[in-house]
Write a protein that binds this ligand. Structure first.
Ligand SMILES: Nc1ncnc2c1ncn2[C@@H]1O[C@H](COP(=O)(O)OP(=O)(O)OP(=O)(O)O)[C@@H](O)[C@H]1O
Ligand SMILES: [Mg+2]
Length: 255
């Protein structure tokens, strides 16, 4: 049996650090698995992932790496500091690394390596995979976040083209043996929404939504190998981040 299988076979659950979440997902995220955090803009995907890393480092002594596609390190640090998460201190202690992957988004469709024209989308993917591998080598983290894969995968409008791209990212994350969260933008909502390739490929899916009446809801639409509560539950974002009301019902309707 490979070490990778060993890690996944420990059956250990990592506490998520998000108040109210562990009780609806049977104790936490399974060791070594890849979970997709899918949501509309502003639903708290970045905060969700940060709480997972921050609590891992401060309460479980587990190192974390954040691969940021959306914002440079200083902006991430200050936004999270406003919510009581001092990532700067964790970085000093060697428990955290931020990999600034914003340049990946800026690679144009028609790129060049030296003088040779190459496909910008492919170059972006290769760059991202390199960055994930570099980050892992640097710190050997137990928890990894990639926020978000949307810009990259939306460069491939056709689903049959997008699938292998997501698969490459998922396989790179799996090889790290860390427990990984990746975020993505929810492209359609409502009961009859079309599932995105990343939902099939991740081992777990957490859906974050804002209902018509303004209620924030979280729903675990999938978590392989765990007994989960699949009902949507309300959550709030306040000064200390996300809190889930795991026993409350949602009466508000989807948009
Ligand atoms: N102190 C706070 N009190 C209440 N709400 C807050 C607070 N801090 C942040 N928020 C909320 O959190 C949201 C942003 O969270 P976050 O950046 O994690 O969302 P996101 O899903 O990653 O967004 P994007 O898709 O733009 O990346 C804001 O829309 C804001 O409503
Ligand atoms: Mg975000």
């Amino acid at each position: 049996m490979s070490t990778q299988q060993n890690a996944a076979a420990t059956g250990r659950k990592l506490p998520t650090g998000i108040p109210g979440l562990d009780s609806i997902i049977d104790g936490g995220f399974a060791d070594g698995r890849i979970v997709l955090v899918l949501g509309e803009p502003g639903t708290g995907k970045t905060i969700f992932c940060s709480q997972f890393l921050y609590s891992g480092a401060t309460e479980q002594n587990e190192k974390g790496v954040f691969i940021g596609m959306n914002e440079p390190q200083n902006r991430f640090m200050s936004e999270m500091a406003a919510l009581g998460m001092d990532f700067q201190e964790l970085e000093k202690q060697g428990k955290f690394a931020y990999i600034d992957a914003t340049e990946v988004r800026r690679i144009p469709e028609q790129a060049k390596v030296g003088r040779i024209p190459v496909g910008g989308r492919e170059l972006s993917l290769v760059n991202l995979i390199d960055m994930i591998q570099d980050g892992i080598q640097k710190l050997a983290p137990k928890r990894v976040v990639i926020d978000s894969i949307s810009d990259l995968v939306f460069r491939y409008p056709a689903v049959d083209e997008r699938r292998p791209v997501v698969l490459d990212i998922v396989e790179t994350l799996t090889a790290t043996q860390a427990t990984c969260l990746m975020t993505s933008e929810l492209s359609s909502t409502g009961a009859d929404r079309i599932l995105q390739p990343e939902e099939y490929l991740a081992e777990g899916v957490v859906l974050l939504r804002i209902m018509r009446g303004g209620t924030r809801t979280i729903q675990i639409s999938k978590m392989r190998g765990s007994k989960v509560d699949i009902k949507p539950r309300p959550y709030s974002i306040k000064d200390k981040g996300i809190e889930i009301y795991s026993t409350e019902e949602v009466y508000d309707q989807t948009r």
